[in-house]
Ligand binder design. Structure first.
Ligand code: PEP
Ligand code: CO
Length: 461
């Protein structure tokens, strides 16, 4: 056991009992790397790199999610469907962080609850796919599995999985996280700067509404300043990162043993979730994540049974620790009001207290006649409303939202105050995966969620 008391070092394979049990199980959604020696070389490099997040931060997030489970805070997760290396630029990262900070302010102010801010950022580089291959005009190539695996361009060179991308992905995540930490800890996220976060975005109804709110916050802050309040606490914002823990060749080498406790932590992100396609109870992902100390999310689609939920709780939260397990429901706007309440009722009668989060994106995708993958803003809103209704009906706490968004002025989702229509989609469609809400649609949604949350708090007070 002496290994566990040493400072954090590389876990030798198998040091923690059972950690590699997943290797004996079915592993879904992994790439077919052409060159095993090159993959091992990439894994070996990742094993030597410093951890991206620290065990103490992960514990802090778990504790804060424990507050969410108990209805004392709200979780806001947002970011790209798939981050790309080309878009890991300062401007784009900053715009996304600003958008999330603005949404968090709208929610905090509207609902008088602490909001935990989390980016789908700094590691959201790998994607599950419905098929291993993609065929265009009679040519079949490997499907795009995210920038950490292969390129999006439809050529054999680009689509062949390249293990060097695992190492590149780590560096992209490190620089993204570095910028996030600089923005949120270095004064930019100071609450006295709320007006500044609106700068650089086009003027539109959601931004004007935000400006008004920022004015109110400014006045309140100046009043408190005049009263001699201490603003140290307002200078920094805690900002966590999370992604789908999909790719074992990335997650396993970045798993480290905490020297304080001897427990394994995924150090690629604070929060790791299991996708709808990889949550099979007897397969690799559930087993592996059950052994990490991170707070774990699981996506739940419309066909989820109470039995699935019961067994996921037993596997992932055997100690019934509030904050350990988050269920992210993505049922579809037309289904959530029927599919969610039975699950909530079932869990409310057990001793488990998971966090419930709404992902109003993944159950509402559609393809236009012109071939664009899109979502209607109204469907997203409708699913969020359905989520709040289901919780009101059962008496459970609607703990958060999980949104695919960008700070950029893209045209990927239909509707919103700008009334983006099918013809407009083509003008600024940048996503290589699912369509994201743009900055304005994101703010608009935040105002709406704030109203729902505030109504919910009042009704249950
Ligand atoms: C995603 O979050 O991008 C995703 C693939 O979601 P899901 O697993 O819910 O389909
Ligand atoms: Co997506």
């Amino acid at each position: 056991m002496s290994t566990f008391t040493e400072p954090i070092t590389l876990p030798a394979p198998g040091v923690v009992e059972g950690l590699d049990e997943w290797k004996k199980l079915e592993v879904f959604q992994q790439p077919n790397w052409p060159d095993e020696a090159a993959v091992e070389s990439a894994r070996a490099q990742l094993r030597t790199f410093p951890q991206l997040v620290f065990a103490g931060e992960v514990d802090q997030l778990r504790a804060r999610l424990g507050d969410v489970a108990q209805g004392k805070a709200f979780l806001l997760q947002g970011g790209d469907c798939a981050e790309t290396f080309a878009h890991a630029t300062a401007d784009k990262i900053k715009a996304r962080v600003k958008t999330i900070l603005q949404m968090a302010i709208v929610l905090t102010y509207g609902a008088s609850l602490p909001v935990i801010k989390m980016g789908r950022m700094a590691g959201q580089f790998s994607k599950p796919r419905s098929s291993d291959t993609e065929t265009r005009d009679g040519v079949t190539l490997p499907a795009y599995r995210g920038d950490v695996v292969n390129g999006y361009d439809f050529t054999p060179e680009s689509r062949t999985p390249d293990p060097h991308r695992l190492v590149d992905g780590y560096h992209m995540a490190a620089s993204t996280l570095n910028l996030i930490r600089a923005f949120t800890q270095g004064g930019f996220a100071d609450l006295r700067e709320v007006h500044m976060w609106n700068k650089g975005f086009t003027s539109n109804p959601a931004n004007s509404r935000y400006d008004q709110l920022a004015g109110e916050i400014d006045r309140a802050v100046r009043f408190m300043d005049a009263c001699g309040a201490d603003f140290e606490e307002l200078k920094r914002a805690d900002f966590f990162v999370g992604h789908e823990a999909l790719l074992f060749d990335y997650e396993r080498p970045l798993t480290r043993i905490d020297s304080r406790t001897g427990q394994p932590y995924g150090t690629s992100a604070h929060f790791l979730w299991i996708g709808e396609r990889t949550r099979q109870l007897d397969a690799a992902h559930v087993d592996y994540l059950s052994r990490l100390r991170n707070p774990i999310g699981v996506k739940l689609g419309p066909s989820t049974s109470t039995d699935d939920v019961e067994r996921l709780i037993d596997r992932l939260d055997p100690d019934r620790e509030p904050g350990r397990l988050t269920f992210i429901t993505r049922m579809g706007a037309g289904t959530i009001r029927d599919a969610l309440p039975p699950l909530l009722e079932f869990v409310s009668k057990t001793d488990a207290l998971p966090v419930w989060v709404s992902d109003p994106m993944h159950g509402n995708s559609m393809t236009t006649s012109t071939g664009y993958k899109t979502r209607r803003f109204d469907d997203v809103v409708n699913e969020v409303r359905g989520f709040f209704e289901a919780h009101s009906q059962v008496g459970t706490f609607p703990g958060g939202v999980h949104i695919e968004l960008t700070g950029d002025d893209v045209t990927e989702c239909l509707g919103g105050a700008e009334e983006i229509d099918e013809a407009t989609l083509a003008t600024r469609y940048e996503s290589v995966c699912d369509p994201r809400l743009n900055h304005m649609q994101s703010l608009e949604l935040a105002f709406l969620i704030a109203e729902e949350l505030s109504a919910h708090s009042q009704a249950s007070a």
